[in-house]
Design a protein. Structure first.
Length: 512
């Protein structure tokens, strides 16, 4: 079939232009970047109606401005939505065809002044979304031959009706992308906050016992071994478990805590392993804590209170990495790291037949012993001031400090509730004492009236500082020896000591 000849001095026939519009619409539907989309529309519109250039002005309803995201070969333009031909179209919703822009009173001369472009002829049509609302103006400028025709207007309006929907879709896509990026950024920030909150740097204490715990946590966090944490109530066993989890490769997966002492024996098995529907009247299927923690960490607190039947099932799960729901017939694989904590002496419980020896050794791949507060008295001032600072921020009150007499009383007290008891005491003082300096008489009766229970407890603040210096010196010596592969001459040089001086300190501190 012979091709149709071009009319209007070589311009493509109308059928070809309609086909071009369809192709442009297909291209528009693939563009999700608003800037790329608007650039495409401006270039194709100018080509279709044989104009020198095209501009798309979008309506900012809040600021009542029109602004050009794309104006070919020019920068962004922004002006009052009531000004110019574009403004007149946006306000009236009617197309405007101007044969001599410089003589038209509606023409906004400042735009040409900004761009350095001389506008002669203009054809402008409104951009309407699918609800019929005007979202901007579509202009073509300077017809290459003559003036814009009614056929040009039909083509531009057809293009504009499809363009408006594509523009809104692209803007929505961009908004969603920005929203997603913001959520990802906030999520990353929150994870950093969570991971930082439970990192080992936040396990406070300069005493040798606490520093040993911190070093051990850092060594084993990113492994897959089970850990048994033992210590009296209030010594921070859960904080250690969180530090291990958030320092591991499982940190972005769940950390699930089960207080074994708080669950009735009748519910313990279904709570840990889940239950199938119909096991009893009205029972619905429910997954257990092992499944919830899949890919993450399960922290079994107070594991010494578990009944023997539950102990046997946990042992089987640790060995086989499989669970079976109550009433179920299918074994389900689980990928869980187990951390356990207890305030009981499990070896004594084994002798009493209250705890399985095989489970004990399965859990105790790594053992962490949390010292009671009375054994790390040198850390009491540091911990007390930390809690005062934290609760000062939480309750919005000014900072407080402890008098030397108050510090002495805190260090003399035997702290049966350990760090948790100290934290609660500092919280009480922060909310109940108005004075900036907390004196001895402000302390609880039991703390205020306590007598020194040992030589260590009666140490003055000056002696505590001396002990702290000794601990730091021991730590520096050990680090230097390790860095120098235990070559004493090189370690002494690293520390600025003579070999004999280093030898004396090693002997005095009983270091190996």
């Amino acid at each position: 079939m012979p091709k149709k000849k071009a009319t209007n001095g070589g311009a493509p026939p109308l059928e070809d232009k309609l086909l071009a519009i369809l192709k442009i619409c297909q291209k528009m539907n693939t563009k999700r970047d608003p800037e790329v989309l608007l650039d495409l529309l401006a270039r194709e519109a100018a080509r279709l109606v044989e104009a020198d250039r095209a501009s798309i002005f979008l309506l900012d309803k809040q600021k009542r401005q029109l602004w050009s995201w794309v104006a070919l070969d020019s920068e962004e333009i922004r002006f009052d939505a009531r000004l110019g031909i574009a403004g007149a179209v946006a306000m009236s919703g009617e197309a405007i065809n101007v044969e001599n822009a410089q003589d038209d009173a509606r023409f906004y001369l400042d735009i040409d002044a900004q761009t350095g472009y001389v506008t002669k002829t203009i054809l402008a049509v409104p951009l309407r979304n699918y609800q019929g609302e005007i979202i901007g103006t579509f202009e073509v400028l300077n017809k290459k031959k003559g003036c814009f025709t009614s056929a040009d207007q039909d083509i531009l309006e057809a293009l504009a009706s499809n363009a408006a929907i594509s523009i809104e879709t692209a803007q929505l896509f961009q908004d969603l992308k920005h929203h997603r990026d913001k959520l990802l950024e906030e999520n990353t920030s929150l994870w950093r906050e969570v991971e930082g909150k439970f990192a080992t740097e936040h396990i406070l204490g300069t005493s040798d016992k606490i520093q040993k715990v911190v070093r051990l946590i850092e060594q084993i966090s990113d492994s897959e071994v089970s850990v048994l944490i033992q210590g009296e109530s209030g010594t921070g066993k859960e904080l250690v478990a969180r530090a291990i989890h958030y320092g591991s490769s499982r940190a972005r997966n769940p950390l699930v805590t089960v207080n074994c002492a708080a669950l009735p024996e009748s519910l313990l098995e279904s709570e840990l392993f889940g239950i199938e529907k119909g096991v009893a009247t009205g029972v619905e299927r429910r997954i257990g804590k092992f499944e919830v923690a899949d890919g993450g960490t399960l922290f079994l607190d107070e594991i010494g209170d578990l009944p023997l039947v539950a102990q046997a099932k946990i042992l089987r799960t640790l060995q086989e990495k499989l669970i079976e729901r109550v009433g179920g017939r299918k074994l389900l694989p689980v990928n869980v790291r187990v951390l356990a904590a207890t305030n009981k002496n499990l070896e004594e419980e084994i002798k009493k037949d209250n705890f399985r020896e095989d489970l004990y050794y399965r859990l105790k791949v790594v053992h962490i012993a949390m010292p009671p507060l009375r054994e790390i008295r040198m850390d009491i001032p540091l911990l007390a001031n930390h809690f005062l600072s934290r609760y000062s921020e939480e309750v919005g009150k000014g900072a407080k400090e402890l008098s030397p007499a108050a510090v002495d009383s805190l260090m003399n007290y035997h702290w049966p509730g350990n760090v948790r008891e100290l934290e609660n005491e500092m919280k009480r003082l922060m909310v109940s004492i108005r004075r900036r300096v907390i004196e001895k008489e402000h302390l609880s009766d039991a703390i205020r009236q306590s007598a020194p229970s040992s030589r260590r407890a009666s140490h003055s603040l000056k002696e505590v500082v001396a002990e702290t210096v000794e601990e730091l010196e021991k730590e520096m010596i050990l680090e230097a020896l390790e860095a120098c592969q235990h070559n004493q001459l090189r370690a002494a040089s690293r520390l600025g000591l003579s070999r004999q001086g280093l030898f004396k300190k090693i002997k005095r501190y009983g270091l190996r």
